[in-house]
Design a protein around this ligand. Structure first.
Ligand code: NAP
Length: 219
């Protein structure tokens, strides 16, 4: 199985790389900057992959691998917190660029390098669920992940004719740099849960929003 992991150098992305390479998958790790931990795994690293760059640049890097992919796992994301009394619109805009437009751009760039029956997994957040929002705030992160969920649903519909399954995944509250290492679970548990969902998924699950514990989340 040839798998592309985008946002591979740390946190949840690095753990995807570790678990996938340990089980023998052919992993191509796309990141902005590599490091010793990533390089110690048995995989190919492609650096300079910034989801803020244009589709043409991303395509060139993907093409340089010479691969066609069975899976794309899009992990990259950023989080900043804005309250109603502290609305920094530049930060909100940047979260849209990275969290919403980034994955859409990356899927578009990978499109011609995906095999038939490929799977695309988009890491979103439960904070993007409008129904689940019972604490307010976090305008940029919530809005950008809701927009990603919306894009994920359209991608599931549009890519069905190519046999591509699209999963929209919440990793849980995970101890990483993003959460200042607070959280309920570690990356190992988060990624094992998501891999179980991905492995067990069929086209019938395309366009669904899953928690890493297997629960289907509301929009
Ligand atoms: N941790 C949680 O509790 C949690 C909960 C819900 C959802 N999520 C989502 O899960 C995903 C992974 O989160 P994490 O906790 O592993 O976060 P993290 O430790 O902060 O890692 C974020 C990753 O995104 C990459 N990234 C950021 N901006 C990028 C850009 N412009 N181009 C390419 N890559 C970029 C980072 O690369 P650099 O090193 O180059 O910055 C890094 O690899 C994110 O989408 C996040 O929103 C996390």
């Amino acid at each position: 199985m040839t798998v592309a992991v985008v946002g591979a150098n740390r946190g949840i992305g690095l753990e995807f790389c570790r678990q996938l390479s340990e089980r023998g998958d052919d992993v191509i790790a796309f990141c902005r900057t590599s490091n010793a931990e990533l390089e110690s795994l048995s995989l190919q690293v492609i650096e300079g992959f910034d989801v803020l760059s244009d589709v043409w640049n991303l395509k060139t890097l993907i093409e340089s691998t010479g691969k066609d992919f069975d899976q794309l796992i899009h992990v990259s994301g950023i989080y900043t917190s804005e309250s109603l009394d502290d609305l920094d619109f530049d930060r909100i805009r940047t979260q849209f660029e990275v969290n919403s437009l980034g994955p859409l751009k990356v899927v578009s760039a990978f499109r011609s390098f995906m095999k038939n029956d490929a799977k695309v997994s988009l890491l979103t957040s439960r904070m993007g669920s409008i129904q689940d929002n019972d604490s307010g705030g976090m305008y940029g992160y919530r809005m950008s992940k809701s927009a990603l969920n919306s894009a994920g649903k359209s991608l599931a519909i549009d890519l069905k004719k190519d046999g591509v399954t699209v999963l929209i995944l919440h990793p849980g509250w995970v101890r990483t740099d993003m959460t200042n290492h607070n959280g309920l679970i570690d990356t190992n548990e988060s990624v094992s849960g998501m891999l179980e969902i991905i492995d067990g998924s069929t086209m019938d699950h395309s366009g669904q929003f899953f928690h890493t514990n297997g629960e289907v989340l509301s929009w």
